[in-house]
Design a protein around this ligand. Structure first.
Ligand code: SF4
Length: 202
């Protein structure tokens, strides 16, 4: 595995922040299983995690005004560094007129041992939570989280985010069955959170 110091990278006209490689899941479809980068980026495996100052400097080097959204995504779970997501997000909102999105597995509460959705207020505009399945048993098969009750933790976080963030959405990757996607759709409707079915390669 090749490691580097790619803290920020550009894909599809957006800027992506790579804060950490830590993640409590082992998703069957995780792009980390297929290589070292994402969509032509340099290796996203980190020699070390960036400081918040390094992230802000790396974003500035890209001239963000030439890009669309700024996304916390990375090659790991950004909410492993929940306080830093909040700090960086607020700082980016002060500096740039950009939509800030957090892509998350939704397990930040369990990772941090406290409720973290409120940290996102004023720091991100959109939270995109990986739903991945329509029930706990299937979720555990696909996402393989450290915790048996990960599905419920994720749903509670998504619900909580509605209080603090203007837009909350669920995503599923289209590698799961049509029946499972329909179960996800029903759950999304019940929770009043829009669902995006994402092609595996986007
Ligand atoms: S949550 Fe994201 S980074 Fe973690 S294993 Fe799943 S796809 Fe990969």
């Amino acid at each position: 595995m090749k490691k580097g110091l790619t803290f920020v990278y550009a894909v599809h006209g957006n800027l992506y922040i790579n804060l950490t490689n830590k993640c409590p899941c082992a998703c069957t479809f995780c792009i980390r299983r297929n290589g070292d980068g994402a969509y032509g980026s340099d290796s996203l495996w980190l020699e070390r995690e960036p400081t918040v100052e390094e992230v802000l400097a790396a974003v500035a080097e890209f001239s963000p005004d030439s890009y669309g959204d700024i996304v916390f995504c990375g090659y790991g779970e950004p909410m492993e560094r929940a306080d830093d997501v909040a700090f960086i997000g607020k700082e980016l909102k002060n500096r740039y007129n950009k939509k800030i999105r957090l892509n998350t597995n939704g397990l930040g509460d369990r990772i941090n041992g406290r409720s973290v959705a409120s940290l996102l207020e004023g720091a991100v505009d959109v939270v995109s939570v990986s739903l991945n399945a329509g029930c706990s048993a299937e979720y555990n098969k696909v996402t393989r989280p450290k915790w048996e009750d990960g599905f419920d933790v994720m749903l509670a976080f998504a619900e909580d985010c509605k209080k603090y963030v203007p837009q909350v959405m669920f995503t599923v990757v289209d590698v799961i069955s049509k029946e499972e996607i329909e179960k996800c759709r029903a759950l999304s409707e019940k929770m009043d959170i829009p669902l995006r079915v994402r092609p595996y390669d986007s």
